[in-house]
Design a protein around this ligand. Structure first.
Ligand SMILES: *Cc1c(COP(=O)(O)O)cnc(C)c1O
Length: 399
């Protein structure tokens, strides 16, 4: 950790992130190579399309795609890639978006893939002037749903890879691709938070999208990669709706450096370090009444394990959500992964910790659990209170 913490001078809480790569916490730790690259290019002028040509070569090398470019975010990538499938290279049509003069603007998505990554997936589709056509039901999509939904109005099909999506009963990517291909519909894969930079194109996707600021440890940015004509048509949107999703030279070059660092990264060494954190936390939580700590693999197959901390309020004298909230309120604030806390567990994600923070996390867990078990009362705030007040802070902003 840097010795001088910029957050202190800004008056910001020095949060410790055990929740993963969260936009609301500043995404991820940016790798030193990317920071150096951004610093080196910021004072210079460059011809941006040429810089993006260089980025294309790096992205192509790492993803196996024919071409690629850098945009503001993966969400921006969804919008631009879909816009490209609607307008082609027609510059006037690009200027007119989000008004669309063709009927061919439908985008197929499985209902179980319409999730929120902080904003709804289907909004990034609609921003391109497209219509979302949901296929199947929340937990089931069959071939006939997709085959019958494809018409002459279909511009593209979007496939979302995420721990947020329904994980059973839906079409697998290979089948999704096979059905789309048979009718020449391009497949766009949102792989924002995936380590594997090659497999989705290898499975037949025409375009794949990643976040630059998640596992890659780059600046806030997104990657669009794949078939050259489709990537170009998405890139051309920078003369239209892409302007509001502009990416600067520092992000393009920073992401190129992050990708090159990714190629050389000691992935096994990092995994071993993360595993040692998980073992420390397991030792801390072992034999505590009402607490079960399980080490679990990432649900989409990323090479990452997390710890599921299951809390039984009766024995631990605190609910899982009250424990999560106590950790977040504490000094220093420790932010856990609490999407599923209604099921009486949260996760500890080791992938965004600076060395030494794992011990602080262990100590804070022990302190709060000791405090709860010494208390005669069970700390159990109704869960409804939490959801009722969830957006209070945002709605008061900037106060
Ligand atoms: C994070 C995420 C996004 C959004 O990525 P940004 O780069 O932050 O816009 C989109 N889709 C999925 C599945 C995600 O996990």
């Amino acid at each position: 950790m840097p010795s001088e913490d910029i957050r202190t001078s800004l008056g910001l809480r020095p949060v410790i992130n055990v929740s993963g790569t969260m936009t609301s916490l500043g995404a991820s730790i940016v790798v030193p190579e990317a920071i150096a690259a951004m610093t080196s290019i910021l004072p210079q002028f460059v011809e941006m399309n040429d810089l993006q040509r260089k980025a294309s070569a790096v992205i192509a090398r790492l993803t196996g795609g024919e071409a690629g470019f850098v945009t503001a975010s993966c969400a921006a990538g969804i919008t631009l890639a879909i816009a490209g499938t609607i307008t082609g290279s027609d510059l006037l049509a690009i200027e007119k978006l989000p008004s669309v003069s063709t009927e061919k603007n439908e985008v197929l998505v499985q209902m179980g893939h319409i999730v929120s990554y902080g904003a709804p997936v289907d909004q990034s589709i609609r921003l391109a002037g497209a219509k979302t056509v949901m296929i199947g039901q929340a937990t089931s999509t069959h071939r006939y749903h997709m085959e019958n939904a494809i018409t002459e109005k279909t511009a593209a099909a979007l496939y979302v890879v995420s721990h947020h999506v329904v994980d059973y009963g839906l079409l697998k990517l290979t089948e999704f691709v096979e059905i789309a291909r048979a009718k020449s519909v391009p497949v766009i894969v949102d792989a924002a938070s995936e380590y594997d930079l090659r497999s989705f194109l290898e499975q037949g996707a025409d375009i794949v999208l990643y976040s630059g600021h998640k596992f890659l440890g780059g600046p806030t940015s997104g990657i669009v990669a794949g078939r050259k004509d489709l990537v170009r048509n998405a890139f051309l949107q920078n003369m239209g709706i892409g302007r509001g999703m502009k990416v600067g030279k520092e992000s393009v070059f920073g992401l190129m450096a992050a990708l090159e660092a990714w190629e050389k990264r000691d992935h096994d060494g990092i995994r071993a370090r993360e595993t040692s954190y998980l073992h420390l936390w397991r030792d801390t939580l072992e034999n505590r009444p009402g607490v079960t700590a399980l080490i679990e693999p990432d649900p989409t197959g990323n090479p990452l394990d997390r710890m599921r901390v299951i809390v039984s309020a009766h024995e631990a004298h605190i609910t899982a959500w009250d424990l999560a909230d106590a950790l977040a309120r504490g000094t220093p604030p420790v932010i856990v992964r609490d999407h599923e806390v209604e099921h009486h567990y949260f996760y500890l994600d080791p992938c965004n910790l600076h060395p030494g923070q794992e011990t602080i996390v262990a100590n804070r867990l022990a302190e709060e659990l000791d405090k709860a078990s010494a208390s005669n009362d069970i700390i159990a705030t109704p869960l409804e209170n939490r959801s009722k007040h969830r957006f209070d802070g945002a709605l008061r902003w900037p106060d």
